[in-house]
Write a protein that binds this ligand. Structure first.
Ligand code: RIB
Ligand code: CA
Length: 312
């Protein structure tokens, strides 16, 4: 029995890999993709999401464009990790289909509120601007959603965009505070766990040996990221940030989670976007948020290869 899922993202190389992982998984019924400004501008993230669903043979999935800037702070992009197009050096054409009509924020609300409570999961793979606005526009949304799986934050790993902040949270800390404080069931995959899921040369070769255009495109994207990672931090393999929440939605047993109170710094110029992840809970305290602390990296890549085998 598949679970309904909406994927909110800012493709983005690792967003692309996460989308392929989801689209090839029979456990997930992707109702829609919603896009947000993040790694690159909204026009590009929206074009890239349409290119990816079409490359996966799922051009039928609606892609709704969302917010073109964060709630409060000035936009900050991450093109240095994703290339000017947002999809590395992937030779891209224009998608065959236009974006779906309707803003992503309204589409999120309409899709979730039209379905039974708890039946629609949400993956957030970029800045949380769309979801925060949707929660404000429809106060019942947080309670209606199923699980929210988020890529964002850092605890012991430190930041990747500043010393203390991970990019998705840094890019819109106010939106992250709304979503993490909503009372919804939010499972957060921060750098602590994504840095353990590296696209090593051996794993890229495994993906390249997988048949189909989506697999070839994924191997090319991973090769691009590996070059960037090696030049930027000297690591032999880029962390698979955005595939982690998707892999958990498919195979939760691949990850270890801990209940945690998670707060976001929204005022300090020095530590804006930092996530305070507190495992020391009060007597009887049961936060609605959990933090991923470990992953079975090889089985995440095995899962990716299995998904890609199912795609054209
Ligand atoms: O810090 C990693 C996150 O920032 C990923 O979602 C990546 O796509 C970028 O958006
Ligand atoms: Ca992303």
């Amino acid at each position: 029995m598949s679970r309904s899922l909406i994927i909110d993202c800012d493709p983005g190389v690792d967003d692309a890999v996460a989308l392929f992982l989801a689209l090839g998984a029979p456990e997930l019924d992707v109702l829609a993709v919603t896009t947000v400004a993040g790694n690159v501008g909204l026009d590009l993230t929206t074009r890239n999401a349409r290119l990816i669903v079409e490359r996966a043979g799922r051009g039928d999935i609606p892609v709704h464009a969302g917010c073109d800037r964060p709630l409060v702070r000035a936009p900050v992009e991450a093109g240095e990790f994703h290339g000017a197009s947002g999809l590395g050096d992937w030779a891209v054409a224009e998608p065959a289909r236009p974006p779906a009509p309707g803003h992503a924020v309204q589409a999120l609300i309409d899709l979730v509120m039209a379905r039974p409570e708890g039946s629609v999961d949400l993956a957030i793979l970029g800045p949380m601007t769309n979801v925060a606005l949707a929660m404000r526009l429809e106060p019942r949304l947080a309670g209606r959603l199923g699980r929210i799986a988020v890529m964002g934050g850092a605890r012991s790993a430190g930041g990747n965009i500043t010393a203390s902040a991970e990019y998705n949270i840094f890019a819109d800390p106010h939106a992250a505070a709304v979503v993490l404080g909503s009372g919804a069931e939010v499972i957060v995959f921060g750098l602590d766990v994504t840095h353990a899921v590296l696209a090593t040369p051996e794993r890229i070769e495994m993906i390249r040996a997988t048949s189909g255009d989506a697999a070839a495109a994924t191997a090319d994207l991973l090769d691009f990221s590996a070059r960037i990672e090696r030049a930027a931090v000297g690591r032999a393999g880029a962390p698979m940030h955005d595939p982690c929440p998707i892999a958990w939605l498919i195979r939760p047993e691949l990850f270890e989670l801990r209940p945690a109170r998670i707060a976001v710094e929204t005022t300090s110029p020095l530590t804006l976007g930092a996530t305070a992840v507190e495992f020391r809970l009060g007597q009887g305290e049961a936060p609605s948020t959990r933090w991923a602390v470990a992953a079975d990296a090889q089985r995440v890549f095995d899962l990716l290869a299995t998904s890609l085998e199912r795609l054209p």
